[in-house]
Design a protein around this ligand. Structure first.
Ligand code: HEM
Length: 569
């Protein structure tokens, strides 16, 4: 039996150490940047040392693929896993359409019928071929990281479906959540724990290693689109809880397309830091321009969410991405979950969340916005979220905080040399645009549809995101205050019309920030006052009249059976 300490002791040091050894084993060629966390060029490694690349963990941070896994995810599992594969195919609530007619009837999957738990118990056995195959694989994992990553993804889908099936069933019928299953059977608990240990993860669904970044396949390798072959229209899901062809597809794959642009962010970040160390103003300006272009592409892609994933559909798959944490105040798992065959102690893990993505943490850390976060429990959560990601990403984001402060990125940018200050402000503005759109998503996709106060990652829904947006708005206002009429005049003198446009963009960003902070303050106040009492937002409901004040178009409070009821099950 595995011990709890082994389960919960994350690979923060072990996996990092392991990874460093792996890096070292392929680093005979001069392929690394000054930062050991960035793999400069995967192609060099591939050509130079084919075995070496296979030994690398599934996620490395690279200039070529940014924060995406170093290989496209594995789609098909080996034959020993055919029972698991079949369960995952049959579980999705809406089974794949058999005809191209969008209105054609679609068969209900196991989760629609509430039959997934029983099917797991009868089709996956503790002495089944999967258990042995995982054990054998991990006894000699050399060069088989691709398969390990695919298995972790698939076991995560099975675990979340198993634990949350009763919660989802109740929610579809009544619009209310009930507790999930509190015991995970050994046929799921043991392999997911073993795979998690190998990868340095908690034994639970994660954003990068399960739900989003390891869950896509490319249709046409030669496709041309905004993100090349990784553009949204050229991607399909591998696994889904509710509908691999509908809004769940849109929700997941917009994240993937956005992350497909992070190669630009990594490359520009590394070049910006190197330029500061060389006191190379032009090099820094060039890197910041590329960074701005990268964030603009990401924000444009994010904006397509509205059309690609319908806001009324989100609640239909959201139940399955919840976690078992927080330990106190999560009515879905009041007693945690016991992993049979692993430990008798109950365990709690945060759920899948975009909060484990790196696009915004990179911006917060590189621009030193992170210094403006007050010391409070919400900021602690922001840091806690950083644990739920692959070791290379965790290390990259964490060390970036210190590398940027050590280099003095903000001071360098605010030295008022030519366009640097303007570019810095416009990069903070990209962060604002992201977080503001994100708050709008949260209002439209979640708060409008449910009173439940916890987000899937476990944060208090009406507090966490506005808190972070508020910090960015303040940073933007402060930075704008440092941008004087002299700066505008300088830009126009040196760059003519282009300088004028840049100065105008900065001004718009500064003025918008002030106005937006007033609106945000009001919204949060109204939503907070609408609560029935105060216990840090963990177990409260909203008073719908006050919610209506924020969402003028909401006519009725949620009705029994209304939320998430799509007529299935
Ligand atoms: C319908 C769309 C979306 C909804 C409803 C949504 C919802 C949420 C919620 C409720 C949180 C709070 C943290 C928690 O889970 O406890 C969160 C955090 C976060 N999500 Fe999303 N999300 C959406 C789309 C996206 C997309 C496309 C991305 C792109 C990568 C993303 C990235 C993030 C980030 C970076 C955070 C942390 C925010 C911060 O630090 O201020 N989300 N999301």
């Amino acid at each position: 039996m595995l011990t709890l300490s082994r389960v919960t002791a994350r690979a923060s040091s072990t996996t990092h150490g392991q990874q460093q050894r792996l890096f070292a084993s392929v680093s005979k060629a001069p392929i690394f940047a000054s930062n050991p966390h960035v793999l400069e060029d995967l192609e060099v490694v591939r050509n130079g040392d084919k075995q070496g690349i296979e030994a690398l963990p599934p996620f490395v941070v690279s200039r070529e693929r940014g924060f995406l896994p170093r290989q496209d995810p594995m789609v098909n599992l080996p034959p020993q896993f055919k029972n698991l594969d079949s369960l995952l195919d049959r579980m999705t609530i809406h089974q794949p359409a058999k005809s191209s007619d969008p209105n054609a009837e679609r068969a209900p999957g196991l989760l629609a019928l509430g039959q997934f738990g029983d099917a797991v118990e009868s089709e996956l056995k503790v002495d089944g071929p999967e258990m042995k195959a995982v054990k054998d694989l991990l006894a000699d994992p050399q060069g088989r990281n691709h398969l390990i990553a695919a298995l972790f993804r698939d076991y995560c889908f099975a675990v979340s479906s198993y634990l949350l099936e009763p919660t989802d069933q109740a929610y579809r019928k009544t619009g209310k959540y009930v507790p999930g299953r509190k015991v995970l059977p050994a046929q799921l608990a043991v392999p997911i724990t073993q795979l998690a240990e190998n990868l340095g993860h908690f034994p639970f669904m994660e954003y990068a290693s399960s739900y989003a970044l390891q869950n896509w396949k490319v249709k046409d390798p030669n496709f041309k689109g905004p993100a090349g072959r990784l553009s949204f229209d050229n991607l399909e899901l591998i696994r889904a809880f509710e509908d691999a062809q509908g809004s769940e597809r849109g929700f997941i794959l917009v994240h993937v397309e956005m992350v497909a642009f992070t190669n630009i962010l990594i490359s520009a970040t590394e070049d910006a830091l190197a330029a500061i160390h060389a006191d190379d103003v032009k090099g820094f300006e060039n890197a910041f321009e590329r960074l701005l272009g990268g964030y603009q592409k990401i924000n444009r892609s994010m904006d397509t969410m509205w059309g690609r994933s319908k806001n009324g559909d989100y609640m239909k798959f959201r139940t399955f991405i919840y976690g078992t944490a927080p330990k106190k105040g999560n009515p879905m798992f009041p007693e945690g979950v016991v992993y049979e065959g692993v430990s008798e102690e109950p365990q709690w893990y945060r759920g899948e969340s975009g909060a484990n993505d790196n696009i915004i943490p990179l911006n917060d850390n590189l621009l030193e916005i992170v210094k403006n976060f007050p010391k409070n429990p919400l900021t602690e959560q922001l840091r806690e979220f950083r644990k739920y990601r692959p070791a290379s990403q965790r290390d990259y984001v964490n060390t970036l905080e210190f590398r940027a402060q050590d280099a003095g990125v903000r001071d360098f940018a605010m030295r008022k040399i030519d366009r640097l200050t303007a570019l810095y402000i416009l990069l903070v503005e990209q962060n604002r645009e992201f977080r503001n759109r994100h708050w709008n998503f949260t209002k439209e996709y979640i708060i409008k549809h449910t009173k439940f106060p916890l987000a899937t990652g476990g944060s208090p829904i009406i507090k966490y995101l506005p808190h972070n947006l508020d910090v960015v708005l303040r940073t933007l206002e402060e930075s704008y205050a440092d941008f004087t009429p002299m700066d505008t005049a300088e830009l126009v003198t040196r760059h003519g019309f282009a300088g004028e446009i840049l100065a105008k963009q900065v001004e718009e960003a500064g003025v918008r920030a002030q106005a937006q902070r007033r609106v945000l303050d009001r919204e949060v106040k109204e939503l907070s006052e609408a609560r029935d009492g105060g216990d840090n937002g963990m177990a409260q409901q909203y008073d719908t009249t006050a919610v209506d004040k924020v969402f003028q178009d909401v006519k009725k409070p949620p009705q029994r059976g209304w939320v998430g009821n799509d007529g299935v099950g």
